[in-house]
Structures are given as C-alpha cells and as structure tokens.
Design a protein around this ligand. Sequence first.
Ligand SMILES: [Zn+2]
Length: 238
Amino acid sequence: MPVQFSFTDERVLAVLAHPDDAELLCAGTLARARDDGAEIALCILCRGDKGQPVTPVPELARQRQQEAAEAAHLLGAETYFGDFADGELTDDYPSRLRLIEIVRRFRPTLMLAHTPDDYHSDHRAASALAEAASWFCSSRGHRTPSEPLTTPPALWFCDSLEMLGFQPAFYVDVSDYVGLKQQMLACHRSQLQRSGDRDFTPLEELLVRQAAARGSQAGVAAAEAFRQHQALLRTRAW
Ligand SMILES: [Zn+2]
C-alpha cells in the first residue's frame, strides 16, 4: 500500500537543474502539496541555453525561461531561476551561496532534489548543491542577504529519468495530476522540438510511461518515487 502523506503546512521547494525536469520527476507531488494547502516553489538552476533543436531557436535561454514560467504558472508555483549555464553547473562555494540565498528567500520545510547519481552532470551537481544548501541555509556562518533558517528543511531525492539505478523508498500517488504534468511539459516547446534528435528521448512518452510504471509498483494509477535524505537534522517522520 502506498504511504499517504499530507503536505498541509509544508513549504516545498523543488531544486532542479533544467527547465523541464520538474515535469518529469516531481510536478505531481508539488501539485498534491499545493492542493493540501502547502506553499510550493520551483528553483531551476540552469538556463537551458545549450539544448538546441536541429533548427536553432534564437535567444534559447530567454525562450526556455518563458516556457518554464508558463509551466510554473499552470502549477501555481513561485519560481526562482539560478541563471547558471548548461553543462557548467558545479558544486562550488559561490554556487552554494547563490542557492542558499534562494532557499532563505523561500524558507522551505521540505526540499526536493535530483538523486545524487543521476545520469546528467548538471543533475548531479544540482543534487550536491541542494544537499549542501539544505544544511548551510540554517548556518549563520554562511552569509547571504537573507536571514538563516532556524531549522534545516527535510530533503527528498527524486527518481531518475527512466528509473535507472533509483531504488525508491516511498511513492506519492499522483494519479490525479498526470494531465497537469503533460500540460506543463507541453509548455516546453523548444525542448519538444528536439524529439526527432537521435540522442533525445521523446519526453511525453517517457513522462506517461514512468508515472504509470511507478504507479503500478505502488498499486495506484500513477506515482512519483522518492528517497528521503537520511542525514542529521534533515531526517523526519511523516
Ligand atoms: Zn535535466
């Protein structure tokens, strides 16, 4: 049986590498949290400036930011842009401080992040940055314009794309939100143009297939899978 969470009173911040990662990995969970009464936000670290289709899109970074803002609007999520270049995301101290400041502005009780060994180097760097920020956001020694949090947020690692190498610890039932995930994904027009590229996975099929497969594992129509980061002061009972 799936575990039933209520996100009431939570403030959930998803920190992801690229403009369309949330749709595939955790948008259903964010929508459920929103409907439970939680405040939700998305932090997209990279500009998406290097994911060009065969026919190049002019001013791609600006286009992708606009598409991401449209998708976040459908979700009803506040959005933060990290403004890092694709392929250049690294877990270094200036990047940590930039994310710590975003975390301090939203003040989450729960963060969602990529799994540490995900396939894309930007995802792995985003995971490491989110892990570091989820701890240092409550430390006065790391100075940014906003005040430190009093309690570090819990951190959940999201599934990987195609579920490769990810062992779920629990599932969130998103059966009511697959349509929303698809609508959000459809906003990313410049990415969907890449569906003919040989090195690019058709994203909508992947989204539907993965939500159904995780749902099947958990006895519901559709699910998203997670693991809680079991670390000092970030492990919680639900
Ligand atoms: Zn990505």
